[in-house]
Every structure is written in structure tokens, then in C-alpha cells.
Design a protein around this ligand. Structure first.
Ligand SMILES: [Zn+2]
Length: 307
């Protein structure tokens, strides 16, 4: 964490980061990495069988699984890049690399959704056929099992290290098993003599892919447009004003990738010494960090209360 006390700090931009709970973070990263590899294998197997059988339901599910993998990949690439040290040309570091990776992923996901929709509609209109139903149903079963295994694994690790994000991710994987079940239902429908069932499943899969696209895009737009979640500012300013000597505080915050940058303008009595203002700044840093765990940088500016 970084405190730049405007009048006092010798190195105003020498950002030092607050230490995360490293072991937990490593474990969360490993869970995400292992899950992504499992899902990628599942998605590629489905993709191959989709090409063989002409099943658009399976194609949609494969694209969905691969979309999920690519969002994990974006997080991974972003994490790696964001660890690069700040430099002369990038004084704030590479925190926003993750948002850039997210932008690329969002574009790919929306393009995939459009592709799945077009192929599904065309198959419905042209009464396209589906072959190799046994293989197709087996591939969908792999999708169900793959997502279930990943969901259980993420849930177990998430609960152990108390990671809400990982537990939420586990729920997502659980829902994804339902998506694979939808693809399977379409193929079973075809096997039972309803040739349009696969096209319908393909359209349903498109909705699942759109859902992933919507989530990725919503988070991205919020970050890139400097939006912050409700309650963050209130919590930070309440914490700053609790500190002895702070008469009033104005707080702003913005995301840089997964780091929250908090700027605190603290109003102090005009007769506060420079040393006193620096000490108050350190206190404010601690208070804000405790109140807002997302805060990675706190920039403190001391201002004299108008007399
Ligand atoms: Zn998903």
C-alpha cells in the first residue's frame, strides 16, 4: 500500500503493494488453472464431436466451455502482466492489462455467440440433420461430468480458503453442467425422432454464451468507465474520518485492473505540523485498508481546514 502525503513524501509515486495472503492466492490460482485445463479438454472434445455429428447444441456447449476458459486465461494473463513493476513509461504499472485482455475476450465471446445463433437458425430453417448421436450424447455427458468435477473442486478449495470468488465460480460451473445437459437433451430429442431438437438446443446454448458475454462486458465497462461498487466510498470515508485529527475527508476511488486506487483528501487543523500530517496519513492508510479490503493503493493528501 502506498501513502503519498502530498507535502512530505520523498517519493510520491513509489508504490508499494499491500501483501496479499499469498498461500491462499496461490491455491486459488492453482484451482482456477487446473479447472481451466479440464474445461479446455472437455470443450475441445465436444468441439470435435460437434464437427463429426453436425450437432449445433454440442457446438454451442463447446463454445460456452471454451469461452469460460478464455475468461480464466484473461485473468491469468492480466495477473502476470499486472505484476510488472512500474516504470518510467508506465508509472502506475500494468494494472489495466487485465481489462485489456478482458476486452479481447469479450469480443471473441460475442462473436462466438453470433456464430452459434446463425448456425442454429440455419440448421432449423434448412432442416439440417444430426448424425453419430451416440458419440454426441457421450460428448455431452463428458461436458456434464467435466463441469460437475470442476464445480466440486472449486467449491472445496473455495470453502477451505474462504474465497467468495471461487465459491461463486463453482456455482457457475454447476450451472454449466446444466448447459451440457441441455445439449444432451437436444440429441436425445433427435434420437427420439424430433430432428429440430438439436437446433433448438443450439439456440438455448447461444443464450448461455450471451450470459457469459454479458457478465464479462458488464464488469469491464464498469471498470473502464471508472465505476465503483456501492458502499466502497462510504466505507473508506467513514474509516478515514474515524482517525484522530481528521476533521473531514473527501474520498474518490477507481479500479485499475483488480486493484482499487483510493484517494483521500483529509482536512486537518491548520496548525498541524508536517510530521503530524504524515502520521495521520499512515493511520488513515491502515484504517482504509481495514475497512475496504479491495484497496491496494491509498493516496493521502493533507489539506488545511479553512479557518
Ligand atoms: Zn459458463
Amino acid at each position: 500500500m502506498h501513502v503519498a502525503t502530498q507535502a512530505q513524501s520523498p517519493e510520491p509515486f513509489a508504490a508499494t503493494r499491500r501483501g496479499d495472503d499469498r498461500a491462499d492466492r496461490r491455491e486459488a490460482n492453482r484451482a482456477i488453472g487446473v479447472s481451466a485445463i479440464g474445461l479446455a479438454a472437455t470443450g475441445l472434445a465436444e468441439l470435435a464431436i460437434a464437427a463429426l455429428s453436425g450437432s449445433v447444441g454440442l457446438l454451442g456447449d463447446a463454445i460456452h466451455n471454451l469461452s469460460d476458459v478464455s475468461t480464466s486465461l484473461a485473468v491469468f494473463v492480466g495477473l502476470r502482466l499486472s505484476k510488472r513493476r512500474p516504470s518510467e513509461t508506465h508509472p502506475y504499472g500494468w494494472e489495466r492489462a487485465e481489462d485489456l485482455a478482458g476486452l479481447a475476450v469479450a469480443l471473441v465471446i460475442w462473436a462466438s455467440a453470433a456464430l452459434t445463433a446463425v448456425i442454429s437458425v440455419r440448421k432449423l430453417l434448412e432442416h439440417g440433420t444430426t448424425s453419430h448421436l451416440g458419440f454426441g450424447i457421450a460428448a455431452a455427458a463428458v461436458g456434464i461430468i467435466g463441469n460437475q468435477v470442476v464445480a466440486r473442486y472449486k467449491l472445496a478449495v473455495g470453502r477451505r480458503i474462504h474465497s467468495a470468488a471461487l465459491v461463486a465460480d463453482a456455482k457457475h460451473s454447476w450451472l454449466d453442467a446444466l448447459s451440457s445437459a441441455g445439449a444432451m437433451l437436444g440429441l436425445i430429442g433427435v434420437a427420439l425422432g424430433l430432428p429440430w431438437a438439436d437446433g433448438l438446443a443450439g439456440l438455448a446454448m447461444t443464450l448461455f454464451v450471451c450470459h457469459v458475454g454479458f457478465q464479462v462486458t458488464r464488469d469491464l465497462v464498469r471498470h473502464l468507465s471508472d465505476g465503483v461498487e456501492d458502499g466502497l466510498l462510504q466505507a473508506a470515508s467513514a474509516a478515514a474520518m474515524e482517525v484522530d485529527g481528521v476533521k473531514h475527508a473527501h474520498v474518490r476511488a477507481r479500479w485499475m485492473g483488480r486493484s482499487l486506487l483510493v484517494e483521500v483528501d483529509g482536512f486537518l487543523n491548520g496548525d498541524t505540523t508536517l510530521a503530524g500530517s504524515g502520521a495521520i496519513g499512515l493511520e488513515v492508510e491502515r484504517a482504509v485498508a481495514a475497512a475496504v479490503p479491495e484497496a491496494r493503493f491509498v493516496v493521502w493528501s493533507a489539506r488545511a481546514l479553512p479557518s
